[in-house]
Design a protein around this ligand. Structure first.
Ligand code: SF4
Length: 229
């Protein structure tokens, strides 16, 4: 690599800054600090560098980039959740690595696992102890939809507390959880993605199966002797 010395010179006002020439920007900054920029040049310099926004947007931006998740795991999904702080996914890149041991210091509850009916009031209490504003992610099939269990003891999270994002999978990979957290970040910034159905103009089975055939579609194991029953 060759290092060349250049003589400092006042940068002409019509110099092309679009080329991202670092040297020109450096010299322009020097001129500004010296007080050599005046009138139109100074106005142009400030216009290129000042960003205006609203207080709400700035607060939402700060909140969405500094989520404090609660240190709280429920079942097998929690192992995947723990791994998001490791080097492979590295949630610290986004500023979410400070897992808090107290719900009073956390603003994100990741429901990482199945929730039994006995455990639901405990989870709800933890959620209630968190200060506003707060958010919740249902991680995995169990906390989103009762999961792979056809079991009277498991309850989906939506039944007893508000959930902002559902992450599908059993268990979801750490990357999937990360994707869910980034979706939540966009929601906090008031810029949510288009819902999947709306974006793909998709329809659920309940909309395309004729009404008289729906019962057979819902009951996978029909009443009576079946090989799987
Ligand atoms: S979704 Fe799968 S991995 Fe997660 S808690 Fe349920 S059974 Fe375990």
């Amino acid at each position: 690599m060759a290092v060349t010395r250049q003589k400092l010179a006042v940068v002409p006002a019509d110099a092309d800054l679009s080329k991202e020439d670092f040297r020109i920007r450096q010299l322009r900054a020097r001129d500004m600090l010296r007080g050599d920029l005046e009138g139109e040049d100074l106005e142009k310099y400030v216009e290129e560098r000042v960003l205006t926004t609203t207080l709400d947007k700035a607060v939402a931006w700060a909140r969405s980039n500094a989520l404090f998740p609660a240190t709280f795991g429920l079942a097998c999904c929690a192992i995947e959740m723990m791994s998001i702080v490791a080097a492979r996914v590295d949630v610290a890149r986004f500023g979410f690595e400070a897992f808090r041991a107290s719900p009073r210091q956390a603003d994100l509850l990741i429901l990482s696992g199945r929730i039994s009916i006995k455990m639901a009031p405990v989870v709800r209490r933890i959620y209630d102890q968190m200060l506003e504003p707060k958010w919740a992610i249902a991680m995995g099939a169990c906390s989103s939809s009762q999961g792979l269990f056809n079991n009277y003891a498991i309850v989906p999270a939506d039944k007893f507390m508000p959930v902002d994002v559902h992450v599908p999978g059993c268990p979801p990979r750490p990357e999937a959880l990360m994707h869910g957290i980034l979706k939540l970040r966009k929601m906090i910034q008031d810029d949510p993605d288009i819902p999947w159905r709306e974006g793909h103009k998709a329809h659920g089975t309940e909309e395309v199966i004729p009404a008289d055939e729906q019962e057979a579609a819902v009951n996978v194991l029909l009443p009576g002797p079946t090989s799987g029953a």
